[in-house]
Design a protein around this ligand. Structure first.
Ligand code: PEP
Length: 262
């Protein structure tokens, strides 16, 4: 089965729940204007926790062709974990995806590969699709160790995850030096690491899993560069930060398959 491209917009800590109504509606209008076909790509928004109920109501109420997910999840089922949000709570809010191990969580909240693995296993148990983020910093890239570094993160994230569950995972390769900096990895850079991740999946789980898992690229993605990325064999979509706050720009990225040169 061909992999359906996934275009995911991570709003990060931007947009309050009142503003989220306008952002989702403007995105939906832009998608309609561009004749977006949800059979050709999946459009996903990833708002802050506090917006999720509002976003759910707007999307479900207007039957918009947009999925929604969360930016993080607790590694614990429930209990005395002040400030955490559980997988069950996200499922109740209609979330189908959750970002795990974003570089900002790894950097500012000291999340390790082990935490990423625990969160991913719990998400999978609850039928939430984890979008597992991996990627190297500038020092590692300059040392030429980016592929091995990233594959180590992938291996850590996948520990004790069986093949049938692994097939449902999404992996996002996000070189840290390209996030929010305006520095975009070249399409060949993205393909090099996304291809290596797929080969790692093939070695670990076999062809069926390797061919099913969607691998995204993320890092300063804009509409102007989307086609060159999406033509790469192992790039199945993008995780977009800044540009996802501009509904017109994000809609253009989502409808990449109709862009000139595609
Ligand atoms: C991100 O937050 O995952 C990201 C890729 O951000 P940006 O597109 O702003 O670089």
């Amino acid at each position: 089965m061909p992999r359906k491209p996934l275009i995911a917009g991570n709003w990060k800590m931007n947009v309050n729940h009142i503003e989220s109504v306008g952002l989702v509606q403007k995105l939906a209008w832009a998608l309609t204007d561009l004749k977006f076909d949800p059979k050709k790509a999946e459009c996903l928004v990833i708002p802050p926790f506090t917006d999720l109920r509002t976003v759910q109501i707007v999307i479900e109420g207007d039957r918009l062709p947009i999925s929604w997910g969360a930016q993080d999840v607790s590694e614990h089922q429930n209990g005395a974990y002040t400030g955490d949000v559980s997988a069950d709570m996200l499922v109740k809010l209609g979330c189908t995806y959750v970002v795990i191990g974003h570089s900002e969580r790894r950097q500012y909240h000291n999340e390790s590969d082990r935490t990423v693995n625990e969160k991913s296993r719990l998400a999978l148990d609850k039928a939430l699709t984890p979008i597992i983020c991996v990627g190297e910093g500038l020092g590692v890239r300059r040392a030429g160790e980016h592929v091995e570094f990233t594959l180590d993160q992938v291996r850590g994230a996948l520990e004790d995850i069986a093949a049938d569950a692994a097939a449902k995972i999404v992996i996002a390769y996000e070189p840290v030096w390209a996030i929010g900096t305006g520095e975009v990895a070249t399409p060949d850079d993205a393909q090099e690491v996304c291809g290596a991740i797929r080969e790692e999946l093939r070695t670990r789980y076999g062809d069926d899993v390797a061919d099913a898992v969607r691998i995204l690229y993320g890092g300063s993605v804009k509409a102007s560069g989307i086609v060159a990325l999406m033509v790469k064999d192992d790039v199945d979509g993008v995780l977009v930060g800044g540009a996802s706050l501009d509904p017109q720009e994000f809609a253009l990225i989502t409808r990449f398959y109709e862009s000139p040169n595609s």
